[in-house]
Design a protein around this ligand. Structure first.
Ligand code: F6P
Length: 325
């Protein structure tokens, strides 16, 4: 293999740049040229200035930067046969023989379909704050995101304590509660409302009614955005209405969780997986994601990474119950 492409796609995550840097430098070390594709699949389809030659120097001074220097997108056009045909024409014109794709479910789904149609192999690295990919203990960006969330929760705790209030803090995670569960444990919150365990709102109403005698003066409840229709705002409104005298506040952390300088953990993880993805591609692998399992770089078929369900840690779930007695 003489020339490969690297791109980032889907929701950006802190550490994507560290992964790009590792992939580029590993490829160049192996005498393989690298082209960066700007804006993910969108740029692959549009071609032109979206194809940028990358050198060891052009990925200098990015390991500490959040976001992605290659930009990102969620491309609807790549889901069409015409879009993929244009993308292939551009890759062929640039002599690209392999791809390193950094992203999540949608990214890997696209890469596998593309290989089946045009035969250009891809190896992926898991870049998403959601940590919802099977085949890696953690995804790139998750550690930074939970640190950002916990930093915010610590601040909310101060004002919650001062006023003796209940706060509903909404964190990201439409379909996965990994951020919410970790933030609950690390932030010392009382309840985790997770997309995987959807309960009727009456349970949380009962929780607050029953805690009148608990001598706790304030509460922090973590709500994953996918747990409740309308999120933290909706559940807060219901409680304010159903419990006489109850008055809660809502904080939605939102895209703050996606930004910021990656933690040291995320930089090391991203570096390992960028290096691992290129080594795998050069060794002839395809349609696989490089992940870290028990600290070992491991390849998992895209199909499993996307479709197998990564479970929430049972001990963490249990601990939320135990610690809030
Ligand atoms: O997949 C990462 C993620 O941050 C999710 O947690 C969140 O639901 C979604 O992306 C938000 O996507 P967008 O930036 O397109 O609004």
């Amino acid at each position: 293999m003489k020339k490969i492409a690297v791109f980032t796609s889907g929701g950006d995550s802190p550490g994507m740049n560290a992964c790009v840097r590792a992939a580029v430098r590993t490829a160049i070390y192996n005498n393989v040229e690298v082209v960066g594709i700007m804006q993910g699949y969108k740029g692959m389809i549009e071609g032109g200035e979206n194809f940028v030659p990358l050198t060891s120097r052009s990925v200098g001074n990015i390991i500490q930067r959040g976001g992605t220097i290659l930009k990102s997108s969620r491309s609807k056009e790549f889901m069409t046969a015409e879009g993929r045909k244009k993308a292939n024409d551009n890759l062929v014109a640039h002599g690209i023989e392999g791809i390193v794709c950094i992203g999540g479910n949608g990214t890997f789904t696209g890469a596998e379909i593309f290989y089946n149609e045009y035969g250009i192999p891809s190896v992926g690295a898991p870049g998403t704050i959601d940590n919802d990919l099977y085949g890696t203990d953690l995804t790139i960006g998750f550690d930074t995101a939970i640190n950002t969330a916990v930093d915010a929760i610590d601040k909310i705790r101060d004002t919650a304590d001062s006023h003796g209030r209940a706060f509903f803090v909404e964190v990201m995670g439409r379909d996965a509660g990994f951020i919410a569960l970790a933030a609950t444990i690390a932030g010392g919150a009382e309840v985790a409302m997770l997309p995987e365990i959807k309960e009727d709102h009456s349970k949380i109403v009962e929780f607050f009614k029953g805690r009148a005698n608990s001598k706790k003066s304030f509460s922090i409840i973590i709500v994953a955005e996918g747990n409740f229709e309308g999120g933290a705002t909706a559940i807060s409104n219901i409680l304010n209405k159903e419990i006489p005298g109850f008055e809660s506040r809502v904080v939605i952390l939102g895209h703050i969780q996606r930004g910021g300088s990656p933690t040291a953990y995320d930089r090391v993880l991203a570096s390992k997986l960028g290096y691992g993805a290129v080594n795998a591609l050069l060794a002839g692998e395809k349609n696989k994601m490089a992940g870290l399992i028990n600290n070992v770089i491991t390849l998992t078929p895209f199909n499993d990474a996307i479709n197998k369900k990564k479970s929430l840690n049972a001990d963490l779930l249990n601990m939320v119950e135990i610690f809030n007695t």
